[in-house]
Design a protein around this ligand. Sequence first.
Ligand code: BG6
Length: 497
Amino acid sequence: MNRAQSQILIIFGASGDLTKRKLLPALFELYKEKLLPDKFAVLGASRSDLSDDDFRNRADEFLPEHALLSEFKKNLFYQQVNTDNAEDFVPLKKRLNELSTSLQIKKNYIFYLSTPPSLYSLIPRFLNENGLSESHKYFRRLIVEKPFGTSLETARNLNVELLHYFSEEQIYRIDHYLGKETVQNMLVTRFANGIFEPLWNRRYIERVEITSAENLGVEGRGGYYDHTGALRDMIQNHLLQVTGFVAMEPPVVIEADAIRNEILKVFQSLRPIRENEVFLHVIRGQYTTSKINGQTVPGYREEKGVDYLSRTETFVALKFFIDNWRWAGVPFLVRTGKKLPTRVTEIVITFKKVPHHLFGTSGEQGHNQLIIRIQPDEGILLKFGMKTPGAGFKVQSVNMDFHYSDLAADKVPAAYERLLHDCMTGDATLYARGDAVEKAWEFVQPIINAWQSNPDIPIYGYPAGTWGPEEAERLIINGNWRYPCKNLTNDGLYCEL
Ligand code: BG6
């Protein structure tokens, strides 16, 4: 990876959870790997009244002990900013000038919006009014955290607002799924190997499944989640972006716009699910109380911050089609849920069966499946038929299994490491472009509308710790969803049965 130019990263929402759990740990990793610029500073900004030292001391609470930690912390600074107050941006600018002079850092700035979304257009406005968005001599970039809008309309409005103050090239919309190594590896698997791409189309593929299962529940985020639900939280952004990588045509070059153009084309080809078809193509569910390993697990409606009559979905499964030459007629099945038996995100490519059954139809000679495990235990698994040793020709399904962990000593970098570093070097390939985000919203909006306007569309209860409502099975005509782990694992470990 390249080393970035000298710059200052300004984190709005610096006393929040994301800064603690993801941003500072990712920056520290980059520092340890010498991927941060020689001259670099982080300026934390939020309402809390903290000094530079307070901010550095807080970092001790969540960064691992390491010989380089105290050296790294010298790059951390803090400025109190009431982000909804225009006047606070004057001292912020002054502080940035001072830091760049005293530390001899160029006035290249990345502004990271890790605040409540209600501030996503206000902060860019105040930055712009103070001349902080002008990108002539120096670069000025803006990272926008999720959620990018809560509906098609709000996402469109947000794009319009942001583009008043920053250009599209300056805006980096984060989708941390694109920072995951195995999502990027999808491009390599498909386009660096001669064996997969010729099969990667409607002629050989029967269906594509994308599953993102979590064994955790809403974990104290009930207030946010109850207004969001699984469709907005996971499908509109993360899983549609993953679909883009699975389904796109080969880009002309590996460059931001070449790749993002291809993703947009996939979204433009999504066959709309009309409001009156939602009943048929989308199954939603909500976890209910259950007993796991003898312990009572509360249902979603008993979670803190959740309405006791809530109809927010914690599970969603949907079937859709991509109406283009490559994918005509191939169902894409996408599902996600909280409080499922395990944590796993995987893409399952099910190939068509052989045209003639030479060895009879009994036994396991079913479909070949290519399973791309995004997390945990990143890797690729190919399932295919082999002869069972002994008399006759009995076929059994066997696995060819590659684990990323088998690769040298290279660790798989966390998504935020990759994404932060990319933004620092000006590479927007793994960030969502405005037009694609809007297209993704266009696709999910009729589903939201149908749920809102038609209370007869059921929301199925499923006991916490199970694979979601059984009704999801009816989305697949010829087969079943893959259940990678049939037994309950509460440790979040992946198990291949
Ligand atoms: C976030 C969602 O964007 O992604 C969470 O808001 C979800 O609800 C999380 O748990 C899943 O991310 P990961 O990387 O753990 O799969």
